[in-house]
Write a protein that binds this ligand. Structure first.
Ligand SMILES: [Zn+2]
Length: 352
């Protein structure tokens, strides 16, 4: 199907180019779509098999590529290689349907297609389009849904610290560690990396090893995103105000080696939480991260810690997990707590 769609895309592009070259005519979407019926009739074993509206979408996509070229200064539309043509757009209920047993029906594809559902479609939802894509040998269907999402957030506020011992720590005293499968997946990936390194350059074995490595890396990325989505969801449904350290502050030097490993995950978590909070009318605040791990949340005393110290132990009697104590400082900076920590002093005296 994608091969035929790609062929149509290229033919459409060819037609537009020729029409302009020979007769100085600019063909538009409407003109090309008008010819579609005849094209399908002439090619019953090819284009004729597929959904009419899905083929219209292919021409529309070409039209969009032209519009981007003229209006937004993008490059001139290019001919596409079949191997790199990965997506088809359907109008829901027309080219693509959901069967009673939750399998997918696609016009031209025999039988019903088994699907793993990421989540249920809300009952009152209006389904508009569905995009079927091919990614690393797996097929996905993405639905755009029009519905009144009554997302609700929780109550209370929380400060979150990017943990050193754990993935994150909350000011409520909870620590959430990185999922265990992440470490397993990492070691599998390293093994595949070594296997790749052993293969002779240009050999078939090397190609296969490379494909396996790519698949393993993609899996890790998927798992990480999934986990962070769920974590962000959990935060929003539990709290109304959520504070993170703002790690994008210009000129900030992050001394901690361990942090850089988590940075990518951290940025994603902040991003996911921010947009989920926005749709549930919760609030996300970003605070100055300097000195969060060096300040006592109970008395405000500043005391430098080495990376090895896992506990925050203050002379005032406050003993906490170091990440939890940092999360409490983040919470105080974002939402206040009656005590003034004196951020100005911290940033002058302590390098984070
Ligand atoms: Zn103290």
């Amino acid at each position: 199907m994608l091969r035929d769609f790609c062929g149509l895309y290229n033919a459409g592009l060819q037609q537009r180019i020729e029409a302009y070259r020979r007769r100085r005519i600019s063909l538009g979407y409407a003109h090309q779509a008008n010819e579609l019926k005849a094209c399908r009739a002439a090619d019953p074993d090819g284009l004729g098999r597929w959904s009419f509206t899905a083929l219209q979408q292919v021409l529309r996509r070409l039209s969009q590529a032209y519009a981007a070229f003229f209006k937004r200064g993008r490059g001139f539309p290019r001919f596409r290689a079949t191997a790199r043509y990965h997506a088809a757009t359907f109008r829901f209920g027309d080219g693509l349907t959901i069967k009673k047993d939750r399998r997918l029906g696609i016009v031209g594809v025999p039988g019903a297609i088994k699907a793993v559902w990421h989540r249920d479609i809300p009952e009152d939802a209006k389904l508009a389009t569905a995009i079927v894509t091919r990614q690393q040998g797996k097929w996905y269907a993405v639905f755009s849904v029009e519905a009144a999402f009554a997302e609700t957030c929780g109550t209370g506020t929380v400060g979150i610290d990017l943990g050193l011992n754990s993935l994150i720590a909350t000011s409520d005293g909870a620590t959430i560690s990185a999922p265990r499968y992440a470490r397993r997946a990492q070691s599998a990936r390293r093994r595949r990396q070594r296997a790749l390194a052993r293969c002779r350059i240009g050999s078939k074995r090397r190609l296969r090893a490379k494909a396996r490595l790519t698949a393993a890396s993609a899996k890790i990325a998927r798992q990480r995103r999934d986990h962070l989505h769920k974590l962000a969801r959990a935060l929003v449904s539990r709290y109304q105000g959520i504070a993170f350290e703002d790690l994008n502050l210009a000129g900030l030097k992050r001394g901690m080696l361990a942090r850089s490993i988590h940075d990518a995950a951290w940025a994603l978590l902040v991003q996911f939480t921010t947009y989920k909070a926005a749709s549930a009318s919760a609030e996300v605040k970003l605070v100055d991260p300097r000195g969060t791990s060096q300040t006592c949340p109970a008395c405000g005393t500043i005391k430098a810690k080495t990376l090895r110290e896992r506990l925050h132990r203050c002379t005032c009697g406050c003993t906490l997990d170091r990440d939890v104590s940092a999360a409490q400082i983040v919470h105080q900076r974002a939402f206040g707590s009656g005590r003034d920590i004196g951020l100005q002093d911290i940033s002058q005296r302590v390098a984070a």
